[in-house]
Design a protein around this ligand. Structure first.
Ligand SMILES: [Cu+2]
Length: 676
């Protein structure tokens, strides 16, 4: 056991829960798609939840054939904006991309689509990952910046030193609805001085069918992914590691949008040096340099009735590094992190009007962002049952519009605007927890700010199909800030676990698009033009109640009720806030079989953001059932899963299905993974 783990053990802060063995503090899921075990980390507030992706547990569900989005959906406080059957956008605590930080092993990466068709989670594959760490609210991971709603860190799966000398994995999955096929293969070698793991994945899906057999056109996709990890330890405790991921999606349909994607390609690379077992103030030091590049090409050539054909490519590249020190002393466990990155975002659009010269427009004017940050966290064991967690980060950001033409075009709407901008942002979070006799009480608070995104500051006539407005960024925006309060109370014994959790965010200078009647839209059929503005204030609240009950050693019953609320300074409801949701799951265990049946019932979204173009969605209840088994044949271990989603073939869409595109109808799936 390394020093960090033993320290956490001593504090009693860390408890690992493997679903299927113990149920204490295991979150409730209506869809046991994939998460093999759940690890609620040392956090003192309710916030840090880690989903282990690749553990060797027998669990009914989709296992490694599940997409990253399906894994993410199993974490509390996460939902997805769906514009099609691929590349869903994570929403954490009722906040989407602008207010959530996503990193891959601490590396910053930024999407390349002006229409948010490619959240960065779409550039990795479940097989690349070991686990997903989610920190809710302003208490972010050390590399996170601008995280008001939360921060997601996708932890890569590395073979590591002194592991199983050789390991081979094969994964196959099939889903009847849409003929989704998933194939994956990977291999790993490990010694005390060297390790490597390498693998490849392929996914292919045709159009899926919504409830009542209605085909959803343009919902197909195809994706390939390959990865390589290398580790070398020339001298004990001096570790050099490298990672390369190549990911390419082609022929991706977006039924909720007017365009599809011909190809979206991500290249992710890193090289790091790590020093273990140091003496003194810090026991571990890691420095990582990285580079990633994304190209994204939209395509409307497959669509009928295209009045004006358009080319809309985008690219994003990021170079960065971070250096993390971890240490412990007396009753403190602390981390110090420095990070820096430079990102460029470029997107343009060419419209081919029949009988006229093509029209060219820069939609992201080649914006360069240089950012540096310094973060500190500390876990303090005050007394046997009392703990405190503290985190703080300060960041400096410098932005420049690198393209002359793009700068001139925006200057027409914002005369006298500056070509460069520099900002200071920061966040602090403090929480306290008390644990005694099965009780856990936690309270926390935080304050932080974020700079406007490139779209919010410099976007140029970006058509939003949600409210059918063209959006223009506003270079004069102030930073948005938020004050957070959170709390939870829980109790458990051998058979019952009950928990109440809530968080609320009070925003100042909340950034949202508001109509500007003086401007006329570029897009045919658009309602008008919206410009991003700061609203004086806004508020978001999220609350969940969880009740888990171990009826017998072979039967477990999970319940969860979730409620969210959001309004802004004029008392109008914010858009994209989840309606009241109940999830109930019965889990059965018998020998090496595990089975699950559950329901997800959602109320009508009556408090939708009508002012912001949102229309209500009807209530619904969706049932699922699955069964899984693990068996051993000689040295080969195999896991087989069978399941059915949307059992009664209900036609429905969730509040976060863009333009109410319907969800999948009844879906049967089977998958098999083999390990040698
Ligand atoms: Cu796009």
């Amino acid at each position: 056991m390394n020093r960090k783990n033993s320290f956490i053990h001593r504090l009693g802060l860390c408890f690992t829960i493997v679903l299927g063995q113990s149920f204490m503090a295991a979150p409730t899921y209506s869809q046991a798609l994939s998460t093999d075990s759940i690890h609620r980390e040392a956090s003192l507030s309710e916030v840090t939840v880690t989903s282990v992706v690749g553990a060797k547990r027998k669990v009914a569900g989709k296992g490694r054939t599940a997409s990253i989005e399906e894994h993410l959906l199993q974490l509390g406080n996460v939902s997805m904006v769906r514009r099609g059957n691929y590349a869903w956008e994570p929403v954490v605590n009722s906040m989407a991309t602008e207010r959530v930080s996503t990193t891959i092993d601490g590396m910053k990466i930024f999407y390349a689509c002006t229409d948010k068709m490619d959240p960065v989670t779409s550039y990795v594959e479940s097989g690349n990952l070991q686990r997903i760490r989610l920190d809710a609210g302003l208490d972010g991971n050390p590399q996170a910046t601008g995280n008001i709603g939360g921060s997601i860190d996708l932890k890569l799966r590395k073979a590591g030193f002194d592991a199983k000398p050789q390991e081979y994995n094969l994964t196959m999955g099939y889903e009847a609805n849409g003929h989704l096929q998933v194939y994956g293969a990977d291999a790993a070698v490990s010694t005390d001085k060297f390790y490597s793991n390498v693998g490849a994945f392929y996914r292919h899906a045709d159009n899926y069918k919504a409830g009542a057999h209605e085909e959803v056109k343009f919902s197909q996709f195809q994706k390939v992914n390959a990865f390589l990890n290398l580790g070398w330890q020339p001298v004990k405790n001096h570790i050099i590691e490298g990672t390369v991921i190549f990911d390419r999606a082609t022929d991706v349909g977006y039924p909720a949008l007017t365009m599809d994607v011909s190809d979206a390609t991500g290249f992710i690379s890193s090289l790091s040096y790590r020093r273990e077992q140091l003496h003194g103030l810090f026991y571990r030091w890691e420095t990582k340099a990285y580079y990633n590049h994304i190209t994204h090409n939209m395509d409307d050539t497959q669509r009928p009735d295209v009045v004006i054909h358009m080319d809309m490519p985008g690219r994003s590249s990021t170079t960065g590094l971070y250096s993390l020190l971890q240490g412990s002393r007396a009753n403190h466990q602390y981390q110090l992190n420095y990070d820096a990155y430079y990102n460029t975002l470029f997107a343009d659009m060419t419209m081919y009007v029949k009988g006229a010269k093509p029209m060219y427009m820069l939609t992201w004017p080649d914006v360069g962002t240089l950012s540096q940050g310094l973060a500190l966290t500390d876990d303090i064991q005050l007394a046997p049952h009392h703990t405190i967690h503290l985190s703080a980060k300060g960041a400096w950001q410098y932005r420049r519009i690198n393209d002359d033409e793009g700068f001139r075009a925006l200057s027409i709407y914002f005369p006298g605007m500056e070509r460069t901008a520099s900002d200071l942002t920061g966040r602090v979070a403090l929480s306290y927890a008390y644990r005694y006799n099965g009780w856990k009480l936690a309270v926390g608070t935080g304050y932080g700010s974020r700079t406007p995104s490139v779209t919010e500051a410099y976007g140029y006539f970006l058509n939003n199909t949600f409210d059918r407005y063209d959006y223009i960024g506003n270079p004069h925006l102030k930073n948005e800030s938020a004050f957070e309060l959170n709390g939870s109370i829980g109790w458990h014994n051998e058979t019952v676990e009950a928990r109440l959790e809530a968080n609320t965010f009070f925003f100042k200078n909340y950034i949202i698009g508001t109509p500007d009647k003086r401007l006329s839209p570029m897009t045919i059929g658009a309602e008008g033009v919206k410009v991003y503005h700061n609203l004086p204030n806004a508020q978001i609240l999220n609350a969940t109640a969880t009740f888990n009950w171990q009826l017998f050693s072979w039967l477990r019953w999970h319940h969860q009720l979730a409620y969210s609320y959001g309004k802004e300074s004029t008392h109008a409801h914010l858009p994209m806030i989840a309606p009241l949701t109940y999830q109930g799951v019965l889990k059965l265990f018998w020998r090496n079989l595990e089975s699950e049946a559950g329901v997800r019932a959602v109320a009508r979204n009556s408090k939708c953001g009508a002012k912001y173009g949102e229309t209500p969605t009807a209530g619904y209840a969706i049932w699922h059932f699955n069964i899984g088994s693990q068996f051993q044949v000689g040295k080969i271990s195999a896991t087989l899963h069978l399941g059915i989603e949307n059992l009664f073939d209900r036609y429905y869409s969730t509040y976060s299905d863009w333009n109410h595109i319907p969800q999948k109808g009844r879906n049967l799936y089977a998958n098999l993974s083999i390990q040698y």
